[in-house]
Write a protein that binds this ligand. Sequence first.
Ligand code: NG1
Ligand code: MG
Length: 526
Amino acid sequence: MSGPVPIAHSLEDIYTRDALDTQTKRWNNLLSKFESTYGHQPEFVSRSPGRVNIIGEHIDYSLYSVLPMAITADTIIAVSTHLPAPKEGTFRIQIANVQDSKFKSREFDIPYDSVDIDATVHEWTNYFKSGLRGALELLRKKHGANFKPKSMQIVMDGTVPAGGGLSSSAAFVTASALAVMAANGEQTVDKKELTELAIVSERAVGVNSGGMDQSASVFSERGSALFVSFTPTLLARPVSFPPTTPELTFLIAQSFVTADKFVTGPIHYNLRVVECTLAAAYLNAVLNPPGTLLPGDASPLGISLQGFHETYFALSEHNSGATSSKSVTEQLEQLLELTKQTLTKEEGYTRSEIAAVLGLTSTSELDQKFTSRFPVRAERFKLRQRAIHVFSEALRVLKLMDLLETSSSSSSSSSSTTNTPEDLNSRLGALLNETQDSCREVYECSCEEIDRICAIARRAGSYGSRLTGAGWGGCSVHLVPADKVNNVKEALERKYYSKLKLTEEQREGAVVVSKPGSGSALYLGG
Ligand code: NG1
Ligand code: MG
């Protein structure tokens, strides 16, 4: 399902019917804002959605497969290139936001060959610039080092709530990169190229992120979730949930606890990335033959638990001379046991303990290798818990895929099946609940509010409830049969939202039923 980003000629190509009215108003508003800001119409609009993750939490940066889906909320960017270049060797970006009281308009003159991003300040246009930087690198690869980027006038509108776990950042970065490609004459933009450049670019804004969000934002297809795998190369394919009566829905509930990775990275997100990387290096040092180097890969710090996994089984096969008949599931189960035996310290490992095992001469060498790009604040690194979460979560993704695949093959064949839809839904839900337990107890990325929301939703009829996205606040996702949606909504309203001071708008957007939406598109008009 690779190929070019689709070109849309009407909003019906992009949104589901129930969203059309609202979206038409919003797009018209974007166009009139563009006209009033720059005095003419835009040439095109690029669009990329947010996503909700169904299962596979905090394992993308360890390069294990995940199962997200795109949502309706998105970033749309209207663009014109009718702007003269400023002085020789530079191009100009004028950028405005529909919400201009919150996000101030900016103008930048940028040298052809370097986009400067100051990741130490929290500035909304950094996300645009990171997409710009990535796209220009790709354009330079295609057209040579003397490539002259076009100046651009831009108005953007984003409906993915920031810090809400629905990946507003990936929506903005991928839509920006797509806009820059199109502005520079590339209307055929390869989905995989766009995703890969957005993954790398987003790391320029201060977070060591994995690749799930950008993949979901670019590749998703309306009506389907998306199975994304990262090794040996990025692959994404649509996955359907079984049609059941009553229909299964995904309910997204906000906690209104804002988790800002930019602020809390050193103790939350970026720290987890470092812990997983260190766990991979530690397991490699102890379990693989002395001197084994993990292969460099596409994870944020270049080596990953998945890389260790591959290496470990490849070497044990090599040493025993036999080809292992173990399935990936069995391998992951074995890795869980090995982790429990090898990483015994519940309280975590100090820098000097880890440095000694890795054969590094000092803790500053350790810091240099693993924490210099994004700083982390921790005395001890909980390698045991993080590796256990990652291997067990990777297993849950496979189990969920297996349930979906067996259910679709048994419903299409005439063979009788012992699984009722109710059984299947409960089993799917149970996996989501196990993910939440692991996030709360083992990975420590939940928070009290999300735990409460999940408990309320389950009691009101959700099969499975869990945090979605990075956690520590943000959003939760719930697998709910259509006939229980109102029940769950009411329960959340009564027991959670009524206790917060929310604006009318927040209250309305607190819980939404989200249908799997489509991915990135370029809108060129009718
Ligand atoms: P959010 O917080 O929703 O943007 C983050 C990462 C993902 C993934 C999830 C946890 C970024 C851009 N995204 O998602 O890659 O690691 O957390 O599963 O940092
Ligand atoms: Mg994000």
